[in-house]
Design a protein around this ligand. Sequence first.
Ligand code: FES
Length: 89
Amino acid sequence: MEENTIICRCEDLTLADIRATIKKGFHNPQEIKRLTRCGMGPCQGSTCRELLLKEVASATGKNVGDLEMTTFRPPNKPIKVKSIMMGVE
Ligand code: FES
């Protein structure tokens, strides 16, 4: 991947942004998430979480499975108040 490849679409983060953070000594995906906001967008990391883990694994020589998974919440989507009152979406 090229340095300008977008890793997190929601937060507009590139591979270079992630690599710069790793280069500063941050190797914990949760720390990187909090520093860069990678995975904090509306999709809650559905795309970028795996890419972040792969990049950290590649930089540290660890397996992706050995890394701590970042926390995430279910994605939000706007719904109408009427839908809540009627019990439908
Ligand atoms: S792509 Fe990273 S939070 Fe959506």
